[in-house]
Design a binder for this molecule. Structure first.
Ligand code: SF4
Ligand code: SF4
Length: 207
């Protein structure tokens, strides 16, 4: 083996023929040039393009901001008092979302925020055309995050052998009034009687 063959891993004429065969094969194969942006690429539907926010679902619980390893989620909210709906009822308080922003110049697309959100307010959208000339413009506020919601694909179908989701099971339950009617028609439950106190006492053996 010559010094040159050592570097390429080939051995003389067979190595040369092998190289020529590879060249000929490549010449005959049509090229796969991505003609983006003239032709949009076909991405898998669950691509991690950008994070979309469904503002109505967000309760400002701050869980996503606390769990984000890059600390690139910014949330501001305030409390609002809702008056009682019935006389003598209690007032309630709820969080109102003032600001929800994600800095995509820091985000590493790990998806932890989406996983931990207990109210399904964050979703992956396959949208990826949001490049900016200035890195500071990659900080996107809730209005922009909401604009990506229509591009979020529907969730995959449930496994046919999985248990019925609790939300759907609740819709199949009879209405409250109906269950009371059914209860009225049922025979009264008979409770097992306890033995009288005297009967329960152990009898002492005769002396
Ligand atoms: S994908 Fe990861 S890094 Fe990006 S905002 Fe969510 S938790 Fe933070
Ligand atoms: S997006 Fe989800 S986890 Fe984040 S504050 Fe809103 S409800 Fe909480």
């Amino acid at each position: 083996m010559t010094k040159r063959d050592k570097g390429t891993g080939g051995t003389g004429i067979p190595g040369l023929l092998k190289g020529l065969a590879t060249t000929a094969r490549t010449l005959a194969t049509p090229s796969h040039t991505a003609e983006y942006p003239d032709v949009s690429p076909t991405l898998p539907p669950r691509s991690r393009g950008v994070i979309a926010l469904l503002e109505e679902n967000c309760t400002s619980c701050m869980l996503c901001a606390r769990e984000c390893p890059d600390w690139c989620i910014y949330i501001d909210s305030h409390k609002e008092t809702i008056p009682a709906t019935t006389p003598g009822g209690r007032e309630r308080q709820r969080n109102v979302l003032d600001r929800f922003a994600i800095d995509f110049s820091l985000c590493m697309y790990c998806g932890i925020c989406i996983e931990v959100c207990p109210f399904d307010a964050l979703h992956w959208s396959p949208e990826f055309e949001y490049a900016e000339l200035d890195i500071r413009d990659l900080l996107h506020e809730k209005q922009r995050l909401a604009e990506w919601m229509p591009t979020v694909p529907p969730p995959p179908a449930l496994d046919e052998r999985s248990a019925e989701p609790a939300e759907i099971a609740a819709t199949h339950k009879p209405a409250r009034g109906a269950s009371r009617l059914v209860a009225k028609d049922r025979p009264a439950r008979v409770r097992p009687q306890r033995p009288a106190a005297d009967d329960a006492k152990p009898t002492e053996p005769d002396a």
